[in-house]
Design a protein around this ligand. Structure first.
Ligand code: HEM
Length: 121
């Protein structure tokens, strides 16, 4: 079997570094920070790490006790522009972590189908 994306980005330690870079990007961003103003960052960090582990076919049991991407983002009214911007911040974080472009593209292609679950709801 080919190595999983999870393995290729350094397993859980790699994902933790990636998500910490991502959170740092969000924290310094004027365009989208307001969405996260009242977010419990520790909880967000854990949830996003777990979600990324699942997305990259890592050995994680993913459960939000019933909260889907739709449930989590409902009422945020996230625009397409802001969605794209958050994706750009993730790309910045992946660059910071020296994740290769072919692997970045594979990760982004796993996230793209979630767009409709997250924007304008
Ligand atoms: C494909 C893209 C995205 C994915 C996979 C994703 C995934 C997640 C996950 C897994 C959580 C839950 C973390 C937890 O357990 O607490 C979460 C929370 C959150 N997401 Fe997203 N998200 C995406 C895009 C966005 C965008 C574009 C925004 C805003 C512009 C956003 C704003 C938020 C906020 C504010 C929370 C925290 C909610 C709270 O305070 O409880 N997300 N997201």
């Amino acid at each position: 079997a080919p190595p999983t994306l999870y393995y290729q980005i350094g397993g859980n330690a790699g994902i933790e570094k990636l998500i910490d870079s991502f959170i740092n990007q969000i924290g310094n961003d004027e365009q989208v920070f307001h969405y996260f103003e009242h977010t419990n960052i520790a909880h967000f960090r854990q949830g996003f790490i777990l979600h990324m582990c699942m997305l990259t076919a890592g050995p994680c049991k993913y459960s939000y006790a019933g909260d889907s991407m739709v449930d989590i983002h409902t009422g945020m009214n996230i625009t397409e522009k802001d969605f794209n911007h958050v994706v750009d911040l993730l790309v910045n974080a992946m660059n910071e972590q020296n994740i290769s472009h072919p692997i970045q593209n594979k990760i982004l292609s796993k996230m793209a189908p979630l767009r409709g679950d997250i924007i304008n709801i």
